[in-house]
Design a protein around this ligand. Structure first.
Ligand code: NIG
Ligand code: FE
Length: 418
């Protein structure tokens, strides 16, 4: 067995003696931390931790030749970020639309002209699984260097059975070869393909009768997603798709209420969604529905920022006693960044979360939003040792405050330095 001991940690952030599944409401402002700490990793797990004056010197584990020591003087240790919503497998970037957006076209207008998701779907047909994997691996390396240790990745740029499966094969390969912990989500209902314009129920039939059975038969997805919003899929479409997914044991994680009060939150909760994501249009009625659920409200500030849209009422959701997770939505159209440190800054600046709330949103609550809360999201004995050591930083608040620069110095995934 190999051991890793990190000593003289200025602050060991987000420690839990009794791991909880999520942080709700007021609890989100609590961030348990130990000053002047040590942390011991055994294999790929967190073995123990404490204050420096409790470091057991006679412990045989700490004298084995398989022990590697790191000194974290003036540095903090965090659990890795858990980014519960991305589309980071894609064929090509879409900066042409970026210029259209600057010139004044909205996300929906670009989509109506066959840009947006349909543009990616066109390029998908010319891209091989190996090319998808190569591109995504680079992005995984990049997000790991910014502190992400777990990530959810969606299909949804295929929009026909063959192409959707291709994306899911790429995600399966990434699960095998990447040191990050990955969850996969089937998002066949991401946009209505051009050929089905005006008869979208026929496309929904294909999703239900062709795609879901094959995805389930090959065990390719952990979750199922639908873009339930104005101009995309209706509540009725979503209801049918989630019902079909449920029959195959696929729990929903859906796109909801980004463009309007779409009813997406309600239909997500109806099917016990693990999370409902985006939430720019969330009012009192939606908040009431969420209160009686096990569904994680997930806010994606990067997309609202990049598209220049209204921000989700994250503050109001937390003040209502609910949990909130934050994720990057890393994708080529509405949020071309997977930098979770930037999401911390956006969470506090744009959504008015305190640094503690923002960190909880990006760690333990993000872990819950992809079913990883028992494995990741905090520093707790027995959890997977996915963590990072910061550069020298003066305070915890410095993390969201000093935005745009990488404050991560050393990344540890599965107990190994990357
Ligand atoms: O989460 N809202 C829908 N889907 C993605 C955008 C994907 C794209 O534009 O490529 C999102 O923002
Ligand atoms: Fe998304």
């Amino acid at each position: 067995m190999s051991y890793l001991l990190i000593k003289n940690i200025k602050k060991l952030v987000q420690v839990e003696d009794k791991p909880e599944k999520w942080k709700v409401g007021q609890e989100m402002s609590e961030l348990n931390s130990i000053d002047n700490a040590w942390l011991l990793v055994e294999g790929d797990r967190i073995k123990d931790f404490g204050q420096m004056n409790t470091l057991p010197t006679s412990n045989s584990e700490l004298r084995t030749s398989n022990l590697k020591e790191l000194d974290a003087t003036n540095r903090m240790v965090f659990p890795s970020f858990c980014d519960s919503h991305t589309h980071l497998v894609y064929p090509a970037s879409r900066e042409v639309e970026y210029v259209d957006k600057i010139k004044g076209l909205s996300y929906e207008e670009i989509a109506k002209r066959g840009g947006g998701i349909l543009n990616s779907a066109k390029k998908m047909k010319e891209t091989t699984v190996a090319e998808l994997v190569d591109g995504a691996l680079l992005r995984l390396e990049e997000i790991a260097s910014y502190g992400t240790g777990a990530v959810e990745i969606k299909s949804g740029y295929g929009l026909d059975t063959h192409e959707e499966l291709k994306m899911l094969y790429a995600i399966r390969k990434l699960k095998e070869i990447s040191p990050l912990t990955i969850k996969s989500t089937f998002l066949g209902a991401h946009a209505i393909p051009a050929a089905y314009k005006g008869k979208q129920h026929e496309y929904v039939d294909i999703v239900i009768n062709e795609m879901i059975p094959q995805v389930a038969a090959e065990g390719l997805a952990d979750y199922i997603d639908v873009f339930c919003d104005r101009g995309f899929f209706t509540v009725e479409d979503t209801d049918r798709i989630l019902m079909a997914g449920m029959k195959y044991g696929l729990q929903p994680k859906i796109h909801a209420n980004e463009l309007d009060y779409s009813g997406g939150i309600q239909v997500g909760v109806k099917y016990n969604a693990r999370s409902v994501d985006h939430l720019e249009y969330t009012g009192d009625e939606e908040i009431e529905v969420l209160k009686n659920s096990e569904t994680m409200p997930t806010v994606l500030p990067g997309a609202a920022f990049f598209l220049g849209m209204v921000y989700a009422p994250a503050r109001k959701i937390i003040d209502a006693g609910l949990p909130v997770a934050m994720a990057s939505d890393f994708n080529p159209g509405s949020s071309p960044s997977g930098n979770m440190q930037l999401i911390l800054s956006m969470a506090s600046i744009l959504d008015r979360l305190t640094p503690e709330e923002a960190i909880n949103a990006c760690t333990i609550n993000g872990a819950y939003a992809m079913g990883l809360e028992e494995e990741l999201g905090s520093i707790a004995k027995g959890k997977k040792a996915n963590l990072f050591i910061t550069k020298e930083i003066p305070t915890l608040e410095f993390m969201p405050y000093y935005y745009g620069s990488n404050k991560v110095e050393t990344v540890i995934l599965n107990g190994k330095i990357i």
